[in-house]
Design a protein around this ligand. Structure first.
Ligand SMILES: *[C@@H]1O[C@H](CO)[C@@H](O)[C@H](O)[C@H]1NC(C)=O
Ligand SMILES: *[C@@H]1O[C@H](CO)[C@@H](O)[C@H](O)[C@H]1NC(C)=O
Ligand SMILES: *[C@@H]1O[C@H](CO)[C@@H](O)[C@H](O)[C@H]1NC(C)=O
Ligand SMILES: *[C@@H]1O[C@H](CO)[C@@H](O)[C@H](O)[C@H]1NC(C)=O
Ligand SMILES: *[C@@H]1O[C@H](CO)[C@@H](O)[C@H](O)[C@H]1NC(C)=O
Ligand SMILES: *[C@@H]1O[C@H](CO)[C@@H](O)[C@H](O)[C@H]1NC(C)=O
Ligand SMILES: *[C@@H]1O[C@H](CO)[C@@H](O)[C@H](O)[C@H]1NC(C)=O
Ligand SMILES: *[C@@H]1O[C@H](CO)[C@@H](O)[C@H](O)[C@H]1NC(C)=O
Ligand SMILES: *[C@@H]1O[C@H](CO)[C@@H](O)[C@H](O)[C@H]1NC(C)=O
Length: 660
């Protein structure tokens, strides 16, 4: 007996230890069978035994490893991607990754590394990405470079590196991205960066270093893809040091709130001897802007002047190659204060979020005959007679964004000057239409029209007049008379419409023929309205349609409105007060059989009866079978038949008796 108690105890203990190790495996989430696991933030101090040897991707971030050695990852021979972010690793010993020959990415972010053995990275021949961000590194020589021949990305941001002096044998053969942002580099000498000359198409990120001096000619005849000196304080110092360099992108911008000295008259002089296609100066400021400031920018292809406190761009030198200009978040009060004839090749112009009310004036952009994309959103624009004069000459315009502006009145053909528009966004801009022909009737190429929250008068029948190419129409947040879309409506004029969004329009009902002409509709959003009927019958295409009726007031859906939805159709019925009673059995049974057609089934729940409130529709097992009335009727018939038979038998018996 005592022996057996002992056995139980032992088994209990074994069971316990079994229990302790098992959850480890279960805690790591399997993202892709046998291949990809996440053990993020589980407080683990070692790798769970149960991770299969086939694991290729392992996110082991936010655990406690302290030291890494040969045995740590030796079982996971198939590893390709390893994330060790913030695991309190201090020591990385010899041959840690020796067995992981397929490893391509190691992320060490946020570990305070005190020791990296000379052979720490021996093994993985294909190592491409090494992330040593915020690892307390003070010197580049701390990193053993001997095994990094194939490195493409080396991230060393947020450390205490003082000197860019690259150690001999620094691997540049395949290097594409060297990130040294937020370090404490102050000077760059010719010797420091000599090794980078062999790199091809490199991005060098030195953002946030306080660079005070670059040795003259240090970068001369180097070629980069992107040189990022963002947030460096003195632009002149940088440009002096970059004389003779070629780079596709030069990032000299800053950030909101950074306190940098303003760009002066001569600050950008140094660009004359630099070959650059794309320059960004965002979040810098110009002191007394004059055209001379841009003297050396005439060969740019793209220029970003976001948030540079500009109120005018006049007397510019010719910038004949400029294709893209970004003037977001400035202070233009008049569009004509931008000297647009200086950049006749421009294809993209962005003037978003202008801080002042901007007057579009007349023909200010006339010289931009190649302009394709114009963004004037959120710029306090108001116009009593838009937009033919304002957009004069913009024949090639394809994309126009006038969203989030003030009142725009369309009297005549509003976009007469831009007959090639394909995308027009008027979201949240108050549109007033006062012409009979339809404001957009010349836009035969228009594909996307956003009129959401534009307060457009929906009783006007000509809004979409002649928009034969229109595929996408957004009408969210507009009101319809009596909350109804009548059969006779303006949608019928855009017969090729595929996507129609009518959310938050306070709709109560839709008439039977409302979308009769729209045979190609594929995607209809009627969510956030007050509809009581799931009127799928108003759409002619039932095979592959997406119908969003979420957030309405639908209680019951008859089965015949559902059965016609075949093929790839998807419906969203979430957040409706659906009934889970026998009167809705049509929906309830169809629903279970067609769960693949339901979007958001988690939020598609019963509201009636009270006992089932909040239950997901798919979990409801209602057995309505024969209704009670039918059962009662059948019972009655059976009883009558029995009684009648009985009476007949008795009668015939009695008759027989009489005869006897
Ligand atoms: C996962 O690995 C186990 C054990 O090696 C194997 O039996 C199973 O077939 C594998 N599953 C897949 C989807 O590869
Ligand atoms: C240079 O690098 C950038 C970004 O890394 C890439 O988009 C571009 O295609 C590369 N150009 C060449 C010529 O390899
Ligand atoms: C920037 O550095 C140059 C020397 O290259 C110096 O003349 C100039 O005053 C500095 N500008 C500022 C704002 O510190
Ligand atoms: C810069 O260019 C000018 C002429 O364009 C030339 O005289 C000068 O030597 C160049 N400076 C450097 C540092 O290359
Ligand atoms: C128009 O601009 C707004 C805000 O600036 C943006 O959200 C919207 O996506 C743009 N529209 C198009 C069609 O790109
Ligand atoms: C712009 O619209 C607002 C609100 O509808 C109106 O009060 C204002 O008078 C309009 N301004 C002009 C110039 O039409
Ligand atoms: C207007 O709708 C279009 C098409 O759906 C979309 O691309 C654009 O971003 C929308 N505009 C805004 C301001 O959301
Ligand atoms: C269903 O529609 C609602 C309302 O538009 C939306 O919030 C929800 O994300 C949709 N569900 C899915 C899965 O897209
Ligand atoms: C409905 O039946 C299924 C299995 O037949 C069951 O899992 C589920 O709990 C039932 N739902 C309710 C609300 O009783």
């Amino acid at each position: 007996m005592a022996c057996c108690t002992y056995c139980w105890l032992l088994m209990g203990l074994l069971g316990l230890s079994y229990e302790v190790s098992k959850p480890l495996n279960q805690m790591c989430t399997e993202l892709f069978t046998n291949r990809s696991y996440s053990c993020e933030g589980l407080g683990l101090t070692e790798l769970p035994e149960q991770l299969p040897f086939t694991t290729e991707v392992l996110d082991f971030s936010f655990n406690f490893l302290y030291t890494l050695q040969h045995s740590t990852f030796s079982k996971l021979k198939a590893l390709v991607h390893l994330d060790l972010t913030r695991c309190q690793i201090n020591w990385v010993y010899e041959g840690t990754f020796e067995s992981n020959i397929y490893l391509e990415t190691i992320v060490f972010t946020g570990n305070n590394l005190l020791f990296l053995a000379r052979t720490a990275f021996t093994g993985p021949q294909r190592l491409k990405h090494l992330d040593l961000t915020q690892t307390g590194i003070t010197k580049l020589t701390f990193i053993p470079m001997q095994d990094l021949h194939n490195i493409e990305t080396l991230s060393l941001g947020g450390n205490y590196i003082q000197s860019l002096e690259l150690p001999p044998g620094f691997p540049t053969r395949k290097l594409k991205y060297l990130d040294l942002q937020m370090n404490i580099i102050q000077t760059i000498s010719i010797r420091d960066i000599k090794a980078l000359k062999q790199a091809n198409n490199l991005t060098l990120n030195l953002r946030g270093n306080k660079i005070m001096h670059i040795e003259p000619k240090a970068f001369s005849s180097f070629f980069f893809y992107n040189l990022d000196f963002g947030s460096c304080i003195n632009i002149s110092v940088i440009l002096d040091g970059l004389q003779g360099v070629s780079t596709v992108v030069l990032w000299l911008g800053s950030f909101l709130g950074a306190d940098n000295p303003p760009i002066q008259h001569s600050t950008l002089q140094g660009i004359c001897n630099i070959s650059v296609d794309y320059l960004t100066l965002q979040y810098r400021t110009f002191l007394e802007f004059s055209g001379d400031t841009f003297q050396c920018l005439s060969k740019l292809k793209r220029l970003d002047l976001t948030h540079t406190s500009l109120s005018e761009l006049l007397d510019l030198p010719q910038m004949n190659l400029l294709k893209e200009l970004n003037l977001n978040q400035n202070r233009f009060s008049n569009l004509c204060d931008i000297h647009s004839s200086a950049f006749p090749s421009l294809t993209h112009l962005y003037i978003q979020k202008n801080y002042e009310a901007m007057d579009l004036n007349s023909g200010c952009l006339e010289s931009l005959s190649k302009l394709q994309h114009l963004d004037l959103s959120r710029s306090h624009i108001e116009s009593l007679d838009c937009c033919s004069n304002q957009l004069r000459g913009l024949n090639g315009l394809q994309h126009l964004n006038l969203s989030y502006n003030h009142n725009l009145s369309f009297h005549n053909t509003a976009f007469n000057e831009c007959p090639n528009l394909e995308v027009l966004d008027l979201t949240f801009t108050h549109i007033i239409i006062s012409n009979s022909q339809g404001p957009f009737h010349n836009l035969h190429s228009l594909k996307i029209l956003n009129l959401s929250f534009s307060r457009i008068d929906t009783s006007k029948q000509n809004i979409l007049q002649d928009l034969n190419s229109l595929l996408v129409l957004n009408m969210n947040g507009n009101r319809f008379e009596s909350g109804t879309i009548f059969s006779d409506n303006f949608f019928q004029k855009a017969p090729n419409l595929e996507v129609l969004t009518l959310a938050s329009c306070q709709l109560l009902s839709i008439e039977a023929k409302a979308f009769f002409a729209l045979k190609k509709l594929k995607h209809v959003d009627l969510s956030h309205n007050k509809l009581i009927a799931f009127s799928s019958d108003v759409f002619s295409n039932h095979r592959n349609i997406y119908l969003n009726f979420a957030n309405n007031r639908i209680h019951i859906i008859p089965r015949d409105l559902l059965t016609s939805l075949s093929g790839q159709s998807i419906i969203n019925l979430s957040y409706n007060p659906l009934e889970c009673t026998c009167s809705n059995i049509g929906l309830l049974t169809w629903y279970k059989q067609n769960i693949d057609k339901i979007e958001d089934s988690e939020e598609t729940v019963c509201s009636e009866p009270k006992s089932l409130e909040g239950m997901k529709l798919f979990s409801i097992n209602l057995s309505c079978g024969y209704s009670t009335a039918r059962t009662a009727l059948i019972t009655l018939v059976v009883i009558i038949v029995i009684v009648v038979t009985f009476i007949l038998i008795i009668r015939s018996l009695k008759q027989n008796q009489h005869q006897i």
